[in-house]
Design a protein around this ligand. Structure first.
Ligand code: S3P
Length: 451
């Protein structure tokens, strides 16, 4: 077990963040780049890959499925060469595929593996095996997949069917992972597959498949999609072209630096090259409503995704009410939103966010338990939470419960708190943001690793 010590506010010390920072590559896009790179025909390249615990789990699984993946230059973890084997070229794995703590790895790979001609097993850490999998095994089964699970949980034993069936899916949860599992399974279907979601979930799978898919000239693309629907017609797919992708900075990692810069008086920070896909920018919209001095500069496109530099100045924060579609567009940002809400002048309310209960931890319960230890006034609700601010948080000992985003949110709480904070269970931070401590320290914070 490792921990993080965070120096907060004291008579002698005010943490002020100043300067320019970059964040590592987007986690969702990095996973998908490895999978779609492996299913492509031919050798491709991924630049800006995120070498985090979760994405390295996907890399390990793809290698076990026969995909050769190299580092472009010795010592560079972020530029990869992927030797795609084609949609029908994966090899039967010789052992269970270890997804570690990565829900994206297990759920998306299940879609791909259901359509193979061989059997496979997806397993992982106990934390992952507690997360719900019926949401993907059920729609995949209606496509003809044969997947054994235990009470809706992994490990998943997948009996490859070679072919799946065209089908129509109406989801009750706006989950990009479920949508993606269905679409990836759809690559192996004998007819069109459609997915309809109750709200806009991230569309990286669609963007990436659309960019790689090769189809007969003159006709429409085999994949059409908008904010809440996607339709794939596999009969029109000739092959997937080699992956060629530059991964933008992860907005879900940038969120921690954004919150810290807004909450620490005197701070001025720019975060460069962050992905600002509309399906991911719910937090930025909410922050602007909360009075954040935040601007997006130099908007441009990189590798099929919009990116921008996020410029921030410390701000007086107002409370917000967050619900509906916005929740999905910032689904990973609620632990850090809760921290910022403790500094807002008034009551912040989050609704329609029951999904937070089935993330790496029950994020509604755990955020409330841990922030309360620091003096926050936070009340959990079945589908969200209520935070009353402003509170001068007090440093102390808090626990990540093995959840990377909770660990990082608590570290940022430590920066605005009085005294020193110790975040136990900090070893999970590199699951999504390797270099988190270094990025904050380069801007003027004082965080130290302990083992
Ligand atoms: C992800 C989708 C989200 C998100 C997760 C990554 C993805 O999960 O919470 O961190 O890459 O598709 P859900 O789709 O289950 O909401």
């Amino acid at each position: 077990m490792s921990w993080l010590t965070v120096r907060g506010f004291s008579e002698l010390n005010h943490v002020v963040l100043y300067g320019v920072a970059a964040v590592p590559g987007d986690k969702s896009i990095s996973h998908r780049a490895l999978m779609l790179g492996g299913l492509a025909e031919g050798t491709g390249r991924i630049e800006g890959f995120l070498p985090s615990g979760d994405c390295l789990a996907t890399m390990g699984c793809m290698r076990q499925l026969g995909v050769e993946i190299e580092h472009a230059t010795a010592g560079s973890a972020t530029t990869l060469i992927v030797h795609g084997r084609g949609l029908r070229g994966l090899k039967a794995p010789l052992a269970p595929l270890d997804c570690r703590r990565s829900g994206t790895t297990m759920r998306l790979l299940a879609g791909i593996l259901a359509g193979q001609t061989f059997d496979s097993v997806l397993t992982g850490d106990p934390q992952l095996l507690r997360r719900p999998m019926r949401r993907i095994t059920q729609p995949l089964s209606t496509m003809g997949a044969r997947i054994e699970e235990t009470d809706g949980h992994g490990p998943l034993v997948i009996h490859g069917q070679g072919k799946l069936h065209g089908s129509e899916h109406v989801l009750t949860v706006a989950s990009a992972q479920v949508k993606s599992a269905i679409l990836l399974g759809g690559l192996y279907a004998d007819g069109p597959v459609t997915v309809q979601l109750p709200g806009p979930a991230r569309d990286h799978t669609e963007r990436m498949v659309a960019a790689q898919v090769e189809y007969p000239a003159g006709g429409p693309s085999p994949l059409t999609y908008d904010m809440c629907t996607a339709r794939l017609d596999p009969a029109r797919i000739r092959r997937l072209r080699p992956i060629d992708r530059v991964v933008p900075g992860d907005i879900s990692s940038a969120a921690f630096l954004v919150a810290a810069a807004l909450a620490l008086p005197g701070s001025e920070v720019t975060i460069v090259g962050v992905g600002v896909n509309e399906t991911r920018t719910g937090l930025l919209d909410v922050l602007v409503e909360m009075g954040a001095l935040l601007t997006l500069e130099d908007r441009r496109e990189q590798g099929g995704e919009p990116i921008a530099d996020i410029r921030l100045r410390a701000s007086a924060i107002r409370p917000a009410e967050i619900q509906g579609d916005t929740v999905v567009r910032m689904i990973d940002e609620f632990p850090i939103l809760a921290v910022l809400a403790t500094q807002a002048e008034g009551t912040t309310v989050v609704r329609d966010a029951a999904e937070l209960r089935v993330k790496e931890t029950d994020r509604i319960a755990m955020v409330a338990v841990e922030l309360s230890k620091m003096g926050a006034s936070i009340e959990p609700r079945p589908d969200g939470f209520v935070v009353k601010g402003p509170t001068q948080l007090t440093g102390g000992e808090v626990d990540s419960h093995g959840d990377h985003r909770l660990a990082m949110a608590l570290a940022i709480a430590g920066l605005v708190a009085k005294g020193e904070t110790t975040v136990l269970g900090a070893e999970c931070i590199p699951d999504s943001f390797p270099g988190f401590v270094e990025a904050l320290n380069s801007l003027g914070a004082e965080l130290r690793h302990g083992i």
